[in-house]
Design a binder for this molecule. Structure first.
Ligand code: SAH
Ligand code: SF4
Ligand code: F3S
Length: 484
């Protein structure tokens, strides 16, 4: 199926966090006779992946997808609740959609995802134009909720499941570049970091069966995809156990084993994964990454703070020293070139200036290639909201955030500069954002590389000599086409 690219898929990694970039469905499907669905996604990659499941469920229910919001019969916003500004963004969008609904009174609006789960039916009171509220585990129920809404009844399902993994649903790839795809391997989170709303919006952790994951990777490869990203809030705790009493003698599949199984789909299929948790990432996982050339040497390892007292308040269950040891192991097993990125929160409850300095010194120690950095935003219902006072003034949070961003920019530039003169194997994702004469792709260690198009095409692996860089991008020139 042809997909048009509205926003670069590369943005997904950034959208994962602060950018909350919007992706619209943009399929060229014949629309005659069918009702038209428009989906907009906010938040992390899990949400983008879920929108692909929603599109599949709705297509089976007879809906065609459209990229034109003004022409839609049904509008879904798949929302994020991670920080207050993520929710404000959705409320702002709803105001715009209200105007549209006034012009087209029959249009239905559904709020899906984490904000739907957090605010629940109350959303219907607060935002009168909303017809449907559906949490992340209730997407199979959407056709029924839409039917109900069509009769004028508002539909809500925010039931959180212990089992739902949507394993049997074939996602419809949205805004796909045809090269890289997301595969959800688990749902929910059991960690209860004190600042975080995710355990409340996505429920208990559960792993999807490995067979359907491998099948999905195989199908993607056959369709021409060359990179999959295995997704979960805490991929290192992936664990699948054959059901007791089935007589199956197959063993438990942990994350290292799953990575290996997906890597074996084809040496030409790159495998990435996100997100790792410092308490759970094992040397076994690191050795598996080392063993397979097609498992990308890149790890996203959120730190959140560089200070052990703050980490304890955050309930992250590791210390600064533990985190440093994990970094040392990554460098020892996977080498200096392995890409490492992080998340960091500035201005968590009671954080002192010295503790803030500890975050910055950890960043320098770890030599992160890049990072997603945030000012702490108190979320109602979380452990931190119940137990601690959100006592760092906004201007102090902002200043600390600016400081850690500055440190990261500096390290990112140094990390990129050391790649000048090296040859990187780049998987081409499409034209570069700036010029159609250039192609853009990513190196094994997840750096964006831009180089002149020549006769190369997306989906190809190209050896690129790196000649210049900025903190965010590498530039170079193809030296030859390579076999993987
Ligand atoms: N599961 C992943 C991340 C999920 S949320 C992990 O464990 O790391 C993505 C990032 O948002 C988090 O890593 C954290 O840095 C940030 N975040 C989460 N809650 C936040 C809050 N209340 N305020 C500011 N940033 C927050
Ligand atoms: Fe949130 Fe922590 Fe779970 Fe990540 S591991 S989703 S930060 S509770
Ligand atoms: Fe993701 Fe936002 Fe939900 S970051 S898990 S969409 S709260």
């Amino acid at each position: 199926m042809e997909h048009r690219i509205a926003d670069s898929l590369k943005i997904l990694t950034e959208a994962d966090k602060e950018a909350c970039e919007t992706v619209r469905i943009s399929e060229n499907e014949p629309l005659s006779g069918k009702k038209r669905l428009f989906i907009e996604s906010y938040g992390c990659q899990m949400n983008y992946s879920d929108s692909e499941i929603v599109a599949s469920v709705m297509r089976d229910a007879g809906f065609a997808t459209t990229s034109d919001v003004n022409n839609a019969d049904l509008i879904f916003l798949n929302t994020c609740a991670i920080r207050d500004n993520a929710e404000q963004k959705v409320r702002k969008r709803l105001k715009q959609l209200n105007l549209l609904k006034k012009q087209r009174p029959g249009t239905l609006i559904g709020i899906l995802g984490c904000m739907a789960e957090r605010v629940k039916a109350q959303l219907l009171d607060e935002e009168k134009m909303v017809d449907i509220v559906t949490g992340p585990d209730a997407y199979r129920d959407l056709p029924r909720l839409v039917d109900e809404a069509e009769t004028g009844q508002k539909g809500v399902n925010v039931f959180l499941s212990r089992e739902e993994t949507y394993a049997d649903i074939s996602p419809i790839r949205l805004n796909s570049n045809g090269v890289t795809a997301l595969i959800s391997i688990m749902r929910g989170c059991d960690n209860m970091c004190s600042f975080c709303v995710v355990p409340f919006t996505r429920g208990r952790e559960r792993s999807r069966d490995p067979y359907s994951i491998i099948k999905e990777a195989e199908d993607l490869f056959k369709e021409g995809y060359r990179e999959v990203t295995l997704l979960g809030q805490n991929v290192d705790s992936y664990k699948w156990q054959p059901e007791a009493g089935t007589g199956s003698n197959e063993g438990i599949v942990n994350f290292a084993r799953l990575l290996e199984l997906v890597a074996q789909v084809s040496p030409e299929l790159r495998v990435r994964f996100s997100t790792s948790h410092p308490k759970d990432i094992t040397d076994e996982v690191l050795y598996t990454i080392k063993k397979y050339d097609n498992i990308c040497k890149y790890i996203h390892l959120p730190a959140q703070s560089g200070n052990s007292r703050v980490l304890e308040l955050m309930n992250r269950t590791y210390t600064r020293e533990w985190y440093m040891e994990r970094i040392d192991s990554i460098r020892r097993i996977l080498g200096e070139d392995c890409g490492v990125s992080h998340d960091m929160i500035a201005g968590f409850c009671t954080e002192t200036e010295e503790e803030h300095q500890d975050s910055m010194s950890l960043m320098t120690y770890a030599n992160f290639d890049f990072g997603y950095m945030f000012a702490y935003s108190e979320r109602p219902g979380t452990l931190a909201a119940k137990k601690f006072k959100d006592d760092i003034p906004e201007d102090v949070k902002k200043r600390r955030l600016a400081e850690i961003i500055e440190v990261q920019q500096r390290i990112s530039l140094i990390r990129n500069q050391r790649m000048i003169g090296t040859i990187q194997k780049v998987l081409v994702e499409g034209p570069s954002k700036r010029s159609d004469n250039d192609l853009s792709g990513r190196s094994d260690n997840n750096k964006v590389v831009v180089f002149p198009r020549e006769n190369f095409r997306k989906g190809e692996y190209v050896d690129v000599l790196i000649t210049e860089c900025s903190p965010a991008t590498l530039k170079g020139k193809a030296v030859s086409e390579v076999a993987v």
